[in-house]
Design a protein around this ligand. Structure first.
Ligand SMILES: Nc1ncnc2c1ncn2[C@@H]1O[C@H](COP(=O)(O)OP(=O)(O)OP(=O)(O)O)[C@@H](O)[C@H]1O
Length: 254
């Protein structure tokens, strides 16, 4: 089993944001989490990536319990979250933003920085090369030197993907990756998500756009009031009575 949650629960005061959720994320596939507003999707992400500690239950990564590891340790294991586009440095270029991502994988310290050591130089070269590689992968090579402030929302989303990819992740968590972009751009970003999965990167995403999820995901989990009400292929989810009632408001093609 790759990533697995066992009876995972998180309470905020008296509120059960995530309640007793068993879920497994399939390696190399596109896994999706859907559900109405406030269903617990973001909290579930935060539990897996170590932002929140569970109230009870476990998160297992390749058979190891990571429930109590801090977020930076979980990131070092190869679990990356995309950053909101608002976390990008607007005045810096695409390249300058992305090069930061790879620093998670480097060892240099203050000593290296003061004395400009060989290790620092080698690692800077590696980070620069990695940044160029992932910028090309997300299709932004021609604007690598443009400040982020001058980019469209869709291009900023690509920068956020590149930043996550620069950390050499095994799995990427995407929280509403296409929020705020138009339908054509949504399709283009979907194609990019597929391309990441084809590279062997496991994807886990939250999305409200049902049509996109139905076309993209291999596996879907539906949360409602913190509880898992269904899990399955897009086809199974589309036909699930409880999902149709709770989430799709009676129309499976919403
Ligand atoms: N840090 C927090 N403190 C208190 N309550 C919280 C906290 N984070 C989330 N909640 C509550 O937990 C519940 C689940 O929230 P969460 O953001 O996980 O839902 P969501 O499915 O991601 O919603 P949306 O689709 O609106 O982003 C909500 O009722 C929310 O108000």
């Amino acid at each position: 089993m790759y990533i697995e949650t066992k009876a995972l629960s998180k309470q905020f005061g008296g509120l059960s944001a995530v309640n007793n959720v068993d879920f497994s994320i399939d390696k190399g596939k596109i896994n999706a989490i859907i559900g109405p507003n406030g269903a617990g999707k973001t909290t579930f992400f935060n539990l897996i990536s170590g932002v929140h500690k569970p109230t009870s239950g476990q998160v297992m990564f390749k058979g190891k319990d990571i429930s109590t590891l801090p977020a930076n340790k979980i990131a070092e294991l190869g679990v990356a979250r995309t950053f909101q586009t608002t976390n990008l440095f607007e005045k810096s270029t695409v390249f300058e933003n992305v090069v930061v991502g790879h620093s998670l994988r480097t060892q240099s310290n203050l000593w290296d920085a003061i004395f400009r050591t060989k290790r620092l130089k080698q690692e800077q070269d590696q980070s620069n090369q990695k940044a160029l590689e992932v910028i090309s992968f997300v299709g932004l090579s021609n604007i690598a030197d443009v400040p982020v402030a001058n980019l469209s929302q869709e291009e900023k989303k690509r920068v956020a993907f590149a930043l996550a990819l620069a950390t050499d992740p095994e799995i990427i968590f995407l929280d509403e990756p296409t929020a705020g972009v138009n339908p054509d751009e949504t399709e283009e970003l979907s194609a990019l998500i597929k391309k990441m999965a084809q590279q062997g990167i496991t994807i886990c995403l939250i999305e409200h756009k049902m049509k996109m999820i139905m076309e993209l995901a291999h596996k879907i989990m539906v949360l409602n009031y913190g509880e898992k009400i269904a899990e399955g292929t897009p086809k199974q989810i589309n036909q699930n009575e409880e999902v149709i009632r709770a989430y799709l408001g009676g129309s499976a093609s919403a």
